[in-house]
Design a protein around this ligand. Structure first.
Ligand code: ADP
Length: 486
């Protein structure tokens, strides 16, 4: 419960959430876009109507202008005769003026919403020889006018202006505007609803991941996120699950290691305690017996020291402390290891044969190579029969590796145990290992060191009996450090 309440404390507030902020930005962009689209749509449709009005007015004006130009002069009588014939009833107002601006004809059939002063100004400009078109959208209707000069015999004989009020087109435009606005409101509302749904779902999913992180942080390593979908959050969840699995594995291994290590340290300590108690409590113990007990105490103490030393080596390897590496002659290292182990081999009557090729250089530290060569050759002696043989081979392979092989004629390892021999504290034959002073850590150290060096190791049973351990090191033909310096 404590972890869950901690998890909920970690939830980001609605307004502080990145998802909310991004969504607000998205909604704002959509709103601005809708506004721009609406404004553009309105202006464009209005302009389209102005253009169509201009075309239709220009066509009609040209008919009237042609008819008036056919007269030999403009007078009130003949102008009104022309307009009677043409029947210009569709217009709100028609005005004809002579060059001085005097009205020759004026009809006011309807209100056109255009001020008189403006009409007069347009007529004046027409008398100056220009066509003037005017249109405006006002009071839900289009008020338009056209003023053109009337030319008779190459001179300006007057001008006329026709204006109209179009409520029909106006209501079409208003209808379009209303529909565009309603559509925009619907789109905006749908966007807001969809965005709120997306925010909610995304925040729920993010909060699930956050909760999971808190749970794992609190030590619940078995906690996993249920992975659904196929997006970035799904990937994040499955990466988190993988990470947690690894963490769980590491934690389990750590706990196992601590348990095994304490057991390994406790056993010789208990033996020492038992042996020393026996000496103290037995008054009748002969000096020979006491010496035997004390020798056993010494052996247990040595074992304790060896195990502690190996545990320290493993911890160093686990901590990734990179030792001082350089180009090393592996043959030299193996020779010195054999020299160290020769007394042990002699004790068991085991013969060690060396088969070394030339130029077996690897990039490593002396200690790392010693971990590998010592543990493998020591095992080959420890787990050999008395009078057995060991072949230690070193050579360069065709694929650029330096191969180190240790073969023995010993007891061998059963097939079923082979996959586990590199595990920490794993022993095939516990009694034999203990007797030989083993801790079950030697091959684990070899494996960790091999991994650190980018090498590989394999173990196989020999058909003739005994084991063959092979380590392939990346070859180091020249010193990378001195190359880097150059
Ligand atoms: P130990 O300290 O017990 O020798 P290791 O990690 O070196 O631990 O080896 C693990 C186990 O693998 C040993 O207990 C032994 O049973 C087995 N083993 C290792 N090397 C050999 C070998 N050359 N021949 C037979 N058994 C071996």
């Amino acid at each position: 419960m404590a972890t869950i309440s901690k998890a909920s404390q970690n939830k980001t507030g609605f307004f502080n959430s990145i998802v909310t902020r991004l969504s607000a930005l998205f909604i704002a962009i959509i709103a601005v876009l809708l506004l721009l689209i609406n404004t553009y749509f309105l202006t464009a449709s209005r302009n389209m109507m102005f253009t169509s009005k201009q075309t239709s007015l220009e066509t009609q004006a040209s008919v009237i202008s042609t008819s008036l130009s056919a007269l030999d002069h403009l007078s009130k009588e003949n102008v009104s005769q022309v307009f009677d014939i043409l029947e210009v009833r569709d217009f709100a107002r028609v005005i004809v003026v002579d060059p001085s601006g005097e009205k020759l004809y004026s009809s006011q059939m309807d209100d056109d919403n255009i001020p008189d002063a403006q009409i007069e100004e347009h007529l004046q400009r027409a008398l100056d020889g220009r066509d003037v078109f005017y249109s405006r959208f006002y009071d839900d209707a289009f008020s338009s006018s056209i003023s053109v000069p009337v030319m008779i015999g190459g001179t300006t004989a007057g001008a006329f202006c026709m204006s109209e009020l179009d409520k029909e087109q106006g209501s079409v435009l208003i209808g379009l505007q209303d529909r565009a606005r309603n559509l925009s409101i619907i789109i905006a509302a749908l966007t807001v609803i969809a965005t709120l749904i997306v925010i909610r779902i995304t925040m729920q999913r993010i909060n699930k991941i956050m909760d999971a992180i808190v749970m794992v942080r609190e030590g619940e390593y078995e906690y996993r996120i249920r992975v659904t979908g196929n997006d970035e959050l799904t990937r994040l969840s499955s990466e988190f699950n993988d990470l947690t699995s690894r963490l769980q594995e590491t934690e389990q291994r750590r706990q196992q290691f601590v348990a095994d290590a304490s057991h390994e340290l406790k056993t010789p300590l208990a033996s020492i305690r038992l042996l020393s108690d026996s000496i103290l409590q037995n008054d009748t113990m002969t000096p020979e017996m006491a010496r035997e007990f004390i020798t056993d105490i010494g052996n247990e103490a040595s074992r304790l020291a060896r195990t502690t030393e190996k545990l320290i080596s493993l911890t160093r390897l686990d901590n990734d402390i990179t030792p001082d590496r350089s180009r090393m002659d592996l043959a030299e290292n193996v020779r010195s290891t054999i020299r160290v182990l020769q007394p042990l081999a002699d004790e068991r009557g085991v013969t060690i044969s060396e088969h070394f090729g030339t130029d077996c250089f690897v990039y490593a530290s002396d200690d790392e190579l010693r971990h590998i060569t010592l543990n493998l050759i020591e095992n080959a002696i420890k787990y050999n029969w008395d009078g057995g043989d060991i072949d230690v081979t070193l050579n360069n392979t065709d694929d650029g590796m330096v191969r180190f092989t240790v073969e023995d004629t010993g007891v061998g390892i059963p097939e079923d145990d082979l996959p586990h021999i590199f595990d920490r504290f794993y022993r095939v034959d516990k009694a034999r290992s203990r007797e030989a002073g083993g801790s079950g850590l030697g091959l684990a150290i070899v494996r960790s060191t091999v991994d650190e060096l980018g090498a590989s190791i394999s173990a196989e049973r020999r058909a003739e009996g005994g084991m063959r351990f092979t380590v392939d090191f990346p070859c180091c033909p020249s010193d990378p450090d001195s190359e880097a310096d150059n």
